[in-house]
Design a protein around this ligand. Structure first.
Ligand SMILES: *Cc1c(COP(=O)(O)O)cnc(C)c1O
Length: 362
């Protein structure tokens, strides 16, 4: 055997995994990744360039990102009693949390859910338990969750609020019952908070085992890679030992601070996206053979007639519109597609292409 083909060097779990795949979107109307479709006005761009102009790129970044953390605390109303841990995207925060767990620890989350919980658990050889949500409503199956907690004693439970890829907000009382029943940590992943009008941030003081995770990605800064975790200083102190010292680069620190101080711009964009979400949901549900599910996020999940999802996805792609095909994941997501809410023009182009895909002309 040559070194190039040795299969005993890495853990078998790694060999069994597939890399996280991102579709090539060049030249397409990109409605697959929950990005904010809007750019910045020229005057904001000019002030931003001035803000990064003197960034000392020859120096390492501030390892504590003190300015940025202070800005986050102030603008996101994070109470003094809780610490803020920054990550290179919230993906990195999930990874840090999981790296801190003992070997063979259990990680639990509702399914369908955010794929990185499982991906990162697998990569660290942790035991991942997916508990199906209720069919049709996509709500939490609270009895099943409580039973699984008793049986598996998970070290960490991830709950995306709103959930990805279903878009719904789980019942907050059910989540609180889970937090109360859990022996381990419960992370409420609020990646879609800007579109949701709901949060567990104000419940942090009530539960010692609660952590709230946010990101600026879906707000409109996906390219920066910045996520943050808020919780009791004791937990964050431990995780901070795992964090790479310079995980938030200088340009991200300056740019995120600048952007947060211009938050009214994002608030306006977020309002436009939410208004378009309402419109798009109604348009999808007006089509025969489609069921679109209500969403508190910046995307909409919809179900096609049986075995039509792959065909419709491919047809949209051929027309230059890229959305996400979830049907291959099967289970509750069979025949499901997910579209990110774009600009009015992008959404209209998507609807026009969808009409064509469904053989409705137009
Ligand atoms: C997009 C997403 C994230 C990842 O966010 P990044 O900060 O870009 O890494 C985390 N959780 C959920 C539920 C998401 O949908």
């Amino acid at each position: 055997m040559t070194y190039a083909t040795r299969t005993d060097l890495f853990r078998p779990e790694i060999l069994a995994m597939s890399a996280y795949k991102v579709a090539d979107a060049s030249g397409m109307i990109k409605l697959d990744a929950m990005e904010n479709p809007y750019g910045w006005p020229e005057d904001i761009k000019t002030s931003w360039l001035a803000a990064i102009q003197d960034c000392p790129l020859n120096r390492y970044p501030d390892p504590e990102a003190q300015q940025l953390r202070a800005t986050l605390r102030e603008l996101e109303n994070i109470p003094e009693a809780f610490d803020i841990l920054l990550g290179n995207g919230s993906d990195e925060i999930i990874q840090m949390l999981l790296m801190a767990l003992p070997a063979n620890a259990c990680v639990l989350a509702p399914a369908p859910g955010f794929v990185m919980y499982k991906q990162l658990s697998d990569s660290l050889s942790l035991r991942y338990q997916a508990i199906p949500v209720v069919a049709d409503s996509f709500g939490l199956d609270l009895p099943a969750m409580l039973m699984a907690i008793a049986e598996h004693q998970p070290s960490v439970i991830f709950i995306a609020y709103p959930n990805n890829p279903t878009g719904n907000l789980f019942d907050s009382q059910a989540i609180e019952a889970i937090i109360q029943a859990a022996q381990g940590l419960v992370v409420i992943d609020e990646a879609y908070a800007p579109f949701a009008n709901a949060s567990f941030m104000d419940k942090l003081a009530m539960y010692d085992n609660l952590l709230v995770m946010r990101t600026v990605s879906k707000l409109g800064l996906a390219g920066l890679r910045l996520g943050y975790l808020v919780g009791k200083p004791y937990w964050l102190e431990q995780l901070n030992k795992i964090r790479l010292p310079y995980n938030i680069n200088s340009l991200t620190q300056i740019t995120a601070d600048f952007a947060l101080n211009n938050k009214s711009l994002f608030d306006k964009q977020t309002q436009q996206i939410c208004a378009q979400r309402t419109l798009l949901l109604a348009q999808l549900n007006a089509l025969d053979g489609l069921v679109a599910y209500p969403s508190a996020a910046n995307f909409i999940l919809f179900r096609t007639l049986p075995r039509q999802a792959d065909v419709i996805f491919a047809s949209l792609k051929a027309q230059g519109v890229l959305i996400k095909n979830l049907s291959p994941q099967g289970g509750l997501l069979a025949d499901c597609l997910r579209v990110t809410v774009g600009t009015p023009e992008e959404n209209a182009a998507f609807m026009k292409a969808l009409h064509h895909s469904l053989g409705l002309g137009g």
